[in-house]
Design a protein around this ligand. Sequence first.
Ligand code: PMV
Length: 325
Amino acid sequence: MASAATARAHTNIALVKYWGKKDAELRLPFTSSISMTLDRFYAQTTFEVLPASGESEFILDGAVVRPAAAERVMKYVKLLQRRFSVSGNFRIVSENHVPMSAGLASSSSAFSALAAAFAKAYELEVSREELSRMARLGSGSACRSVFGGFVKWEKGTDDASSIAIPLVEAPTIDLTLLAVEINTKQKLVPSTVGMRRVVETSPYYPTWVEDTERACTLMEEAIRAEDFTRIGQIAQQSALDMHALNLTARPGFTYFQPETLLAISTVEQLNAAGVECYFTIDAGPNIKVLTRAGNVEEIVSRFKQVLPEVTIAASSFGPGVEFLR
Ligand code: PMV
């Protein structure tokens, strides 16, 4: 048995959002979704099977994670152990190369890297599709980080069929994503809680499901045609739809902060001035701007004028899961 393995997985950002599970335990989504994997941000994780005397632990960025905070990760590993009929206490050592200042959620890279390191440490013969299914059980969006470039998570109908597939693994389209962090320490509604609330209470949820299926088809076409404008427009509308849906939950809620609206209107003004760019927003107040490389400088300087406190990190397409040992 290999007993220890290290894997690296990059963060992905959904261009057509996943927002709602029809099976919470298996993390089966109501809709398919489409993302881009980023080159700049990743998690690197070592999974080690310990001798019988060793105690399981989770070390993140050099510090042991307290049991309460480690619970989700520990439960996830035990679930995988049951599925694959393997056992043993374990040590997880993870480095998170997703700066908190980038305002990106790190669960997509974290669970994808962990699933891959787990599979290799136990020498499991798993395909990439199977790996994406394993990652999905940790966090829905993580299944897409198994692949690089543009990726689709097929909603499927059950555990076996709800997997990610690569659309274009090494895209050549000129597309840069600017992660703009809006400085706010506001407590968030976790994505699991937010999506459950809209599924259970929003009268518009069925419309979201229909629109998102349509958006996936259109986005796939736009990606294959390397049509930056259509990709940006569809991504922006999917984000707006998701955030509008949150307002229609009972009770309604929003991830937007005043600075989020300022950032949205900055993107609109840039566009009106001929600097083509679009935005997407996840379960938080931060904004990601999609543009072409030649526009980056101008967009960054405009944002610095309007919101002097923001930090901005530029990213392009990253690879899928990589094994380091
Ligand atoms: O997989 P989770 O629970 O982190 O949810 C991800 C939700 C969004 O980031 C808002 C959308 C998506 O498809 O990644």
